[in-house]
Design a protein around this ligand. Structure first.
Ligand SMILES: Nc1nc2c(ncn2[C@@H]2O[C@H](COP(=O)(O)OP(=O)(O)OP(=O)(O)O)[C@@H](O)[C@H]2O)c(=O)[nH]1
Ligand SMILES: [Mg+2]
Length: 375
């Protein structure tokens, strides 16, 4: 079998030599691409002592089992198998932290990245010219193959946004194909966000000082087997990453999301109040109904938006709703109590109102992140 030869030759020749390079490959449903990728890497990287680490999020097509079966007879192939989690960036981070190699390559598992530029990327970082070497689709010689107009436009727009918002020097900040020195990665780690799918942008924006970057153009190949994972979630997580790398330095993005949901909750509250009052119900009953509905609205929206990474389902969802009702009730008491106290001290009604709201929101956020959506 073809890749057994990869196993034997590779291990026999290099087992006494220290590791030069690790290639980290995030996968989700890429079983059909695993063997072809290993064969291509064995040819391109012949001469280097490298290992390939697949990080698989429990793909239904059993990519992880396949990699494990190859790894059994090939110590240069490894698997990090994650269960109950998704996300390309966090997968890549775990793969990079799971190896001892001094130089780390990251590439997709679907054969879209042209592996033949890996030696040039490797040379760029080992020669001392760069700390990060990136395969780019947006300089002369690079390209995106047969993308349709819409995808092209979205990608260009997202690239501009990253360049404007973060001021990154990368021509292709969305690229998932690069090689980085271990020290450079470790310098970025304390600030890394790990959200979403754009790990290169995350790393570069997390470094305390601008890294030396080399860019090497390549043609992004068309995907032949397997399915793309692009979709609205990828787009939403991209915007979250940009927010985290900008205003996120001053205020937690999760708290901002919580406040956005809370503001919508106020609109829901007022709408329900208006409708119930128009039905000739007493104010007390109308207000109680509005509060109950607004709290449930906040809970469900926070569950899919603010805490999408810890989303509650089934019975946990019901338990979460109850705990959120309890927390929000305490928040309301704190809001009223503190507001009344400030009003008595200061006399400015609006200041008292705002202080009550801030204290209530901070309590709701902190308590619910500990009890309702605990990690
Ligand atoms: N571990 C892990 N890998 C993922 C996840 N999402 C995508 N991947 C892998 O990351 C790589 C890039 O994902 P793709 O869906 O191919 O993204 P893309 O190349 O930008 O998009 P296409 O051109 O449409 O293929 C592939 O190897 C995927 O299998 C994930 O949630 N977890
Ligand atoms: Mg792809």
């Amino acid at each position: 079998m073809r890749h057994e030869s990869f196993a034997n030759v590779h291990f026999r020749e290099f087992s006494t030599r220290p590791l030069d390079l690790a290639v980290v490959v995030p996968t989700f449903n890429e079983a059909a691409n695993v063997r072809p990728l290993l064969d291509k890497l064995a040819i391109t990287l012949a001469g280097l002592h490298f290992e390939v680490i697949f990080v698989d999020d429990n793909s239904p097509d059993n990519t992880a089992d396949l990699v494990r079966s190859i790894a059994r007879s090939n110590p240069n192939v490894r698997i990090v198998h994650r269960i109950g989690r998704r996300g390309l960036s966090s997968a890549v981070i775990e793969g990079m932290l799971a190896t001892a190699a001094p130089i780390l390559a990251v590439m997709d598992g679907d054969l879209q990245h042209d592996e033949t530029i890996l030696p040039r990327l490797y040379h760029a970082v080992t020669s001392g010219n760069a700390e990060i070497a990136v395969g780019t689709r947006y300089t002369d010689g690079g390209g995106v193959g047969d993308w349709d107009k819409t995808r092209h436009r979205i990608s260009r727009w997202a690239t501009h946004l990253a360049q404007k918002v973060i001021g990154t020097p990368l021509s292709d900040p969305m690229s998932g194909f690069f090689i980085i020195r271990r020290e450079t990665l470790m310098a970025a780690m304390p600030n890394i966000s790990g959200v979403g799918f754009k790990i290169l942008l995350d790393i570069v924006a997390s470094l305390p000082k601008a890294p030396k970057i080399a860019e090497i153009p390549f043609q992004f190949r068309a995907r032949e087997v397997g399915e793309s994972k692009l979709g609205p979630l990828v787009a939403a997580e991209y915007l979250s990453l940009l927010a985290e790398k900008t205003i996120g330095k001053f205020i937690p993005i999760r708290f901002l999301k919580f406040l956005c949901v809370g503001s919508l909750g106020v609109l829901v509250h007022l709408s329900v109040l208006a409708v119930t009052l128009s039905l000739n119900i007493s104010f007390f009953n109308a207000q109680t109904t509005a509060v109950a509905i607004a709290i449930a609205f906040n809970f469900f929206l926070n569950n899919i938006f603010t805490y999408s990474d810890r989303m509650l389902k089934g019975w946990a969802l019901m338990r979460g709703l109850l705990s959120f009702y309890l927390i929000a009730s305490i928040g309301a008491v704190a809001n009223i109590g503190i507001g009344t106290w400030v009003n008595a001290q200061d006399g400015r009604w609006w200041l008292a109102g705002v202080t009550g709201v801030i204290v209530g929101a901070a309590w709701n956020f902190t308590a619910s992140s500990f009890f309702t959506w605990r990690k």
